[in-house]
Structures are given as C-alpha cells and as structure tokens.
Design a protein. Structure first.
Length: 137
C-alpha cells in the first residue's frame, strides 16, 4: 500500500501545481510548454481552464489511489481505471516522437531539456509504480 500512497501523493502535488498555474500563471512558460526548434511557441498553449481541468483529473487520480489504501468507495471497474492510468503515463513517457517523451526529435529547447530530465522519467516512474500495483494488488 506504500506504492498506492506514494502515487496518491504524486498526483495530489501535480494537481495542486496545475491549479497554482491556473490561478497565478506560469513563471517560465518556455520550460513547461513545448516549442519549436527555432524557439517559437506552439500555436496552442493551454489556458486557465485547461490547466484547471488537468488539475481536477490529477486530483481524481489521487483520490483513486488513496481509495485503494483506505477503501472509501468500492469501484467495480477500479482495476481498469488504474490500468488505464498506467497505460496513459507509459504513452506519455514514450511521447509523440517530435516534442515529448523518450523518442522526441526536438531536443534543444528549454522544454525538451526539462522533459528529458524530469517529465519523461516521472511518467515512466508513475507507469512502473501503477503496473507494479496492478500486479501486486
């Protein structure tokens, strides 16, 4: 249950970070949003609503994993939700083969450097913990 508690904590912190960004804005957007090789920002950068929506989803993930420890609500399809979260983060870790993930081709932008150091390893770590939780529990 340590793994589920750690996942709940990670998702809670990430959800809080997204709500912080929605309320106060992002201080260094070039390290959070993917950009092209020439340094120009992408056409679409998420706003306050999108950041809040991601925060809500991450808080729901946190509740789901905390529920595995404390068993507040009995979800009949909880196994599939947890497995889906693991697959989602595994796919994010692999990336889109251009701007995100392990196999990205754009590697010199500030976002790509942060993605290589922090975001992609975190996604693989989350996916690994989720799959371990699925196998063990």
């Amino acid at each position: 249950m340590v793994v589920a508690s750690l996942l709940a904590l990670i998702f809670f912190v990430l959800g809080g970070l997204h709500f912080y960004w929605a309320i106060f804005g992002i201080q260094i957007p070039e390290s959070v949003y993917p950009s092209r090789e020439n340094g120009n920002q992408m056409e679409y950068t998420p706003g306050r609503f999108a950041s809040s929506a991601v925060g809500v989803v991450l808080f729901a993930f946190s509740f789901l994993f905390l529920n595995r420890v404390l068993i507040w609500v009995n979800f009949p399809f909880e196994f599939y939700l947890v497995l889906g979260i693991g697959i989602l983060f595994l796919l994010r870790g692999v990336g889109d083969f251009k701007y995100l993930g392990l196999f990205k081709t754009v590697r010199k932008t500030p976002f790509a450097k942060m993605d290589t150091r922090f975001y992609t390893p975190l996604c693989f770590c989350i996916a690994g913990m989720v799959f371990a939780l699925v196998v063990w529990y």
